[in-house]
Design a binder for this molecule. Structure first.
Ligand SMILES: N[C@@H](CCC(=O)N[C@@H](CS)C(=O)NCC(=O)O)C(=O)O
Length: 205
């Protein structure tokens, strides 16, 4: 299995899950700094020009964060990355959709790449403000969901890996102050050996 990634992109969350599973995998860096995601070598593999992308051993590719995480959880049941009940699975899907579609795509992508949302340079600060408001409102809701629990669903699940890359971005890329339960979740995640291995291998602090 090969994970196409870029350091500190949302692929970090999938990298964490692969480390949690603990089976061998290969990391392939898509060098965003040289625009490699738009060059033929990568586009011919993944026409979406995004990471994460997971190449399976049969040569097929899985894209989209929730689909990759779901695939890894279902094919590695011994890693216990999903709750056992259908109700628990539904809550994970609900959280993943909110975290990826809203906090990542409508929040952080606006903060990091405002130019993708407006052709007018002078509008970019307003785009970033909207992104920040979206992310902050999302974190407020997620803090309520987490409450005093250690992990979003009680036990660790793929949802926590998504929350991890978002809170990591908030703290280390966007200079945001996280609600206390989420700051504690970030530290709890950072204490997990799998997270430490993923951060070290992406040369992140
Ligand atoms: N909907 C995709 C979004 C993935 C995404 O936006 N990835 C970013 C990195 S965090 C990316 O590859 N950006 C490259 C680009 O847009 O040029 C998913 O859930 O996997």
């Amino acid at each position: 299995m090969k994970l196409f990634y870029f350091p500190n992109a949302c692929s970090l969350g999938i990298h964490v899950l692969l480390e949690e599973i603990g089976k061998p995998f290969e990391l392939v860096k898509v060098d965003f700094t040289s625009g490699a995601q738009y060059k033929e070598a990568y586009v011919s593999l993944n026409p979406k020009s995004k990471v994460p992308a997971l190449a399976l051993d049969d040569g097929t590719l899985v894209t989209e964060w929730p689909a990759i995480a779901w695939y890894l959880a279902k094919t590695n049941p011994e890693a216990h990355l999903l709750p056992a009940s259908i109700e628990g699975e539904v809550r994970v899907l609900e959280l993943l959709d909110y975290m990826i579609a809203t906090l990542h795509m409508r929040g952080f992508t606006r903060i990091f790449r405002p130019g993708a949302f407006t052709p007018t340079n002078s509008d970019e600060p307003a785009v970033q403000r909207t992104g920040r408001e979206t992310a902050e409102a999302g974190f407020k809701l997620l803090a309520q969901t987490l409450g005093a629990k250690a992990y979003l669903l009680g036990d660790f699940s793929i949802a926590d890996a998504a929350l991890f890359f978002l809170t990591y971005w908030a703290a280390y890329r966007a200079d945001m102050t996280l609600p206390q339960p989420l700051a504690a979740h970030l530290e709890r995640m950072r204490a997990r050996p799998a997270v430490q291995r993923a951060l070290a291998s992406e040369e992140l602090a």
